[in-house]
Write a protein that binds this ligand. Sequence first.
Ligand code: RP5
Length: 157
Amino acid sequence: MSAKVGVIMGSASDWEVMAAAAETLEAFGIPYEKRVVSAHRTPDLLVEYAKTARGRGIEVIIAGAGGAAHLPGMVASMTPLPVVGVPVKSRALNGLDSLLSIVQMPAGVPVATVAINGAKNAALIAVSILALSDGEVAARLDAFRTRQTADVLKAEL
Ligand code: RP5
């Protein structure tokens, strides 16, 4: 089955964080692709990826980057697909630089930004979007929420 979610990141060093998105998509049975696309080191690839994603059947893009985190915003500027941005915790500024680089987009070109290192929630947003048009995914999301609530209610301290 062709990928419905594109998980991209600025560097292989982001994988430690972005793997949580991949694991979550796998848990929901969502076909996805993953690759390094750097806004600064591979700008031509960035343009190609963003411009061809929809035509290849991708429905949501999850983009993680750290520091001068321009990847999610630049991708969003070149595709109408929903883009979820994951600020990756940086060494120098603990990810505040990443967060501000991603979240403060100009009106008209949105990036749905999650928390610093919030890759799992980025995937859950992608699942929610896909659930709008896929009943099976919606049922899995409902079951996940039910399970999560039950786990909290039965927690013993
Ligand atoms: C960004 O710079 C990447 O997204 C990564 O978070 C950060 C550091 O990259 P490396 O120097 O580890 O490749 O482009």
